[in-house]
Design a protein around this ligand. Structure first.
Ligand SMILES: Nc1ncnc2c1ncn2[C@@H]1O[C@H](COP(=O)(O)OP(=O)(O)O)[C@@H](O)[C@H]1O
Ligand SMILES: [Mg+2]
Length: 419
């Protein structure tokens, strides 16, 4: 049987074969109800990728991100990788449990239910809510206020830099960083008073900083470094900002700072690795980082900017060199930043129905498709976890049945039937 590998160049295939790939599903051959599962599809985990995972609600996006995370954890090269899942719905903690309810389905695939050693991180200030709700977590994370630029604060607060409040903010933050190496929000509140701005402007800014204290993400140290340990699977649970009006701004701030920091560290590590390679050493300095973002259009929208937009676009544009990979899941690819969309080298698209979304897909991968994208979508059988896999590296498109999860997926649709 010819081997199907996606995301891997011919050159890498010749040198490494299928080492450092993971089987994410099987090629579907035939149309609609006639379709049957054929060859396994191997996905390249060793090289950096920008991957898009699309599909309307309930078609398997979150599930498939989990499958990819499982493969990253169990491949022969896992020690050189580190996986971070940005979890806005709070569903990935269940990867710690084996998927016992799918035992027989897994058996058909020659697989067994399996628990994964995932570390679930929550914002430190939200521990109370988690404990009260008996929700699972392993550790907490915090951000340092002094690590934020005026722009990042403004984006998190949702006001323009050239508004009066924005101008005051800019002055305050530059004063802070001139005078203190480290500072907390209380310090910022004090310093705002000392400026000669109209009271209402000062009050408005102070109110925003007071509400920022309630976000529960700030602390004395930044713990973002912990997420890039070798072989580690980190789940950043940012679901708890759900009820807050500025919930998505806070989530974006977390993702933006994390992305910025990891990229910077990988760039430094890459330089050292290059020297090691010259000297014949081959363990990497710092693992290659995979960041998977569910509901990605909220972080990297087509319209407007979030605090995560710029840092994530840097991953998309230059991530190949330092070695960072992104998987972006969204139900509306048309709402995702079009530059990010066009840079995806692999796309897994579960069923889409809106014309706008189908067109946005068709626009980027048209060169090697023999038919209109709609044709391929129409030929998919009506089953959970089916989709199209578009590979820019090999310029191929494969209908795919994604494999069942070894670990429990908590994102299923609840129903009112009694089992
Ligand atoms: N590859 C698959 N094999 C079997 N069931 C699947 C597969 N993918 C998705 N499902 C089923 O579909 C449900 C919805 O998938 P999910 O990923 O949560 O949807 P969404 O696209 O909204 O993120 C899952 O709970 C699971 O039961
Ligand atoms: Mg989902």
């Amino acid at each position: 049987m010819p081997k199907i590998s996606v995301g891997r160049s011919d050159e890498d295939f010749e040198e490494h074969g299928l080492k450092g790939t993971g089987v994410i599903g099987k090629h579907l051959v035939g149309e609609n109800e006639e379709a049957h599962k054929a060859n396994p599809i191997h996905f390249d985990l060793a090289k950096p990728h920008v991957m898009g995972v699309f599909g309307k609600r309930g078609t398997g996006k979150s599930y498939s991100l989990g499958t990819l995370a499982e493969e990253l954890q169990t491949s022969g090269i896992s020690d050189n990788l580190s996986t971070i899942i940005i979890d806005p719905m709070g569903i990935y903690w269940s990867m710690k449990r084996p998927n016992d309810r799918a035992a027989s389905l897994l058996e058909d695939w020659g697989l067994n239910p399996d628990a994964f050693d995932a570390n679930v991180y929550i914002p430190k200030g939200k521990v109370g809510e988690f404990e009260k709700g008996e929700m699972t977590y392993d550790d907490t994370f915090t951000l340092k206020p002094s690590n934020l630029t005026a722009d990042e604060w403004a984006m998190a607060f949702g006001f323009e830099m050239n508004s009066e409040t924005g101008i005051l903010l800019e002055r305050v933050i530059s004063k802070m960083s001139e005078n203190f190496e480290d500072y907390d929000i209380d310090r910022i509140l004090e310093v705002i008073e000392r400026f000669d701005f109209p009271d209402d402007v000062e009050n408005r800014l102070q109110n925003r900083f007071m509400s920022a204290k309630e976000w529960g993400v700030f602390g004395e140290k930044s713990s973002l470094e912990e997420f890039t340990n070798r072989g580690q699977l980190s789940i950043i649970d940012v679901s708890v900002f759900g009820e807050m009006g500025d919930g998505w701004s806070v989530r974006s701030l977390v993702v933006g700072l994390l992305a910025k920091r990891i990229l910077r560290r990988r760039m430094t590590a890459r330089r050292i690795e290059e020297i090691d390679e010259m000297e014949g050493l081959n363990e990497n300095e710092m693992p290659i980082v995979w960041m998977m973002i569910d509901e990605a259009h909220e972080f990297l929208p087509a319209d407007g900017q979030t605090a995560a937009s710029h840092p994530l676009m840097r991953w998309v544009k230059i991530g190949r060199e330092p070695g960072v990979s992104l998987a972006l899941a969204t139900q509306q690819p048309a709402k995702l930043n079009p530059d990010a969309l066009s840079q995806c080298d692999v796309i897994l698209s579960h069923r889409l129905t809106s014309k706008e979304d189908i067109d946005s897909l068709g626009n980027i991968m048209h060169t090697y498709m023999r038919h209109d994208i709609q044709h391929y979508i129409d030929a998919l059988p009506d089953k959970k976890g089916v989709g199209l896999l578009l590979d820019d590296n090999s310029e191929r498109i494969y209908p795919i049945q994604m494999r069942p999860r070894k670990s429990w997926h908590a994102g299923g649709t609840p129903d009112a039937f009694e089992d």
